[in-house]
Design a binder for this molecule. Structure first.
Ligand SMILES: Nc1nc2c(c(=O)[nH]1)N[C@H]1C(S)=C(S)[C@@H](COP(=O)(O)O)O[C@H]1N2
Ligand SMILES: [Mo]
Length: 365
């Protein structure tokens, strides 16, 4: 004989399935866009990320952060809708049942971990001492794997639940609709409150939006990076190493080269993005000036000694693009120390973390 647990109608498979469907969509979007961001930052040999359209990464990373934020209320709503199952007895009915319970535990824990660490990262807060991107990336595979198993196991129930969508006008129907509505409203509100960090139209109504406003945000200041003295040093030179040898440029020499301007966004992995007008030496021009060819890979080194973003690699797609800049000016003014003086990389369709500031050396391969 089965023990029947009295459950309120909110804890109903139709509610669970409907929230689950939206959670699958938002979590799926979040996973795919996160994978894209990871591949751009750690490109395997088969991977090619184009330099155009200039706004593509801005969109994929915006979707990553927004879908992650939307997932939090959906996950909570879904857990709420199923929690009476926790108290079902017997605890374990069969091996299959035991495996299913363990998989749900792994699923909930990993999904929760991803959403919470992502949120803290967005808030630029690191209360843990592991390297965020690595762990966030590894656990993403655990989460997506257990989600796929979960969907496969629950497919018959999902089919049944979504098929019977004629809601009775009963107390049960009302309570169901209330949970659904609350969950979707909370999810929508979370999105609107934060999406302004990257969606200009929402900027004024995104109350929780961080670091937006008139000026371009600063991710890491020159003081924090410990580069003020070296950046101001009159002896600063840009060193360009090629197979043939080494060239050195003073800031005056760089300024005397043909200058290119482009309107390009900085699109931070943390979800904010903002466009500005950048002016400087186009990478193809610079490469030709040192006798190299546009399309070569260029490794960029910053004056910043430590730090995760003190080096980056510009792939050939970017070094051949005439609006990949070694920027000297921002919105018509000489770069400020905080934005990367004396010069920085600004390339189209590239994560903010790779837009290296305070450049001192380029190695052309
Ligand atoms: N050398 C160096 N360059 C860097 C960083 C850094 O910490 N060190 N931060 C990167 C990140 S994460 C972003 S989003 C952009 C932000 O540029 P901004 O501060 O000029 O807006 O710079 C990038 N360039
Ligand atoms: Mo960033």
């Amino acid at each position: 004989m089965k023990t029947v647990v009295p459950a309120s109608a909110a804890h109903d498979e139709r509610v669970t399935a409907r929230i689950g469907l939206w959670l699958a969509v938002s979590f799926g979007l979040c996973f795919v866009t996160g994978l894209i961001s990871h591949l751009i930052q750690h490109p395997p040999s088969w991977f090619l990320w184009p330099s155009r359209p200039v706004w593509l990464y801005r969109v994929t990373q915006g979707v990553h952060v927004i879908s992650g934020i939307a997932s939090i209320p959906l996950l909570l709503g879904k857990l709420w809708s199923v929690y009476p199952k926790l108290f079902e007895r017997p605890l374990i009915r069969s091996l299959a049942h035991a495996l299913e319970r363990v998989s749900i535990l792994v699923l909930s824990a990993s999904a929760f971990f991803e959403l919470v660490t992502g949120l803290f990262n967005v808030a630029q807060n690191y209360p843990w001492n592991f390297y965020f991107p690595e762990v966030h990336y590894a656990v993403a595979w655990v989460a997506i794997g257990s989600i796929l198993v979960h969907i496969a196991v629950k497919l018959p129930i999902v089919r049944r639940a979504l098929g019977s969508d004629r809601e009775q006008k009963s107390a049960a129907g009302i309570s169901r609709r209330r949970l659904l509505r609350t969950t979707f409203l909370a999810s929508g509100a979370a999105v609107v409150a934060t999406a302004g960090a990257t969606v200009p139209l929402l900027r004024n109504i995104s109350v929780l939006s961080w670091r937006t406003g008139g000026a371009l945000p600063v991710n890491r200041t020159a003081a924090a990076a410990g580069v003020i003295e070296d950046a101001r040093d009159a002896g600063w030179r840009l060193e360009v190493l090629t197979a043939e040898g080494r060239s050195r440029f003073t800031l005056e020499q760089l300024t005397a080269l043909p200058q290119t301007s482009a309107e390009l966004p900085i699109a931070c992995v943390e979800g904010w993005s903002q466009s500005a007008t950048w002016t400087g030496v186009a990478m193809p021009d610079l490469l030709r000036a040192v006798g190299s060819r546009p399309g070569a890979t260029v490794v960029v080194t910053s004056l910043e000694k430590t730090g995760l973003y003190s080096r980056s690699s510009l792939p050939g797609e970017h070094t051949a693009d005439p609006i990949t800049l070694l920027a000297l000016r921002l919105n018509g003014e000489v770069l400020s120390l905080d934005h990367g003086y004396p010069c920085r990389i600004i390339a189209p369709n590239r994560p903010g973390v790779l837009q290296t500031k305070w450049v001192t050396r380029l190695e052309v391969s």
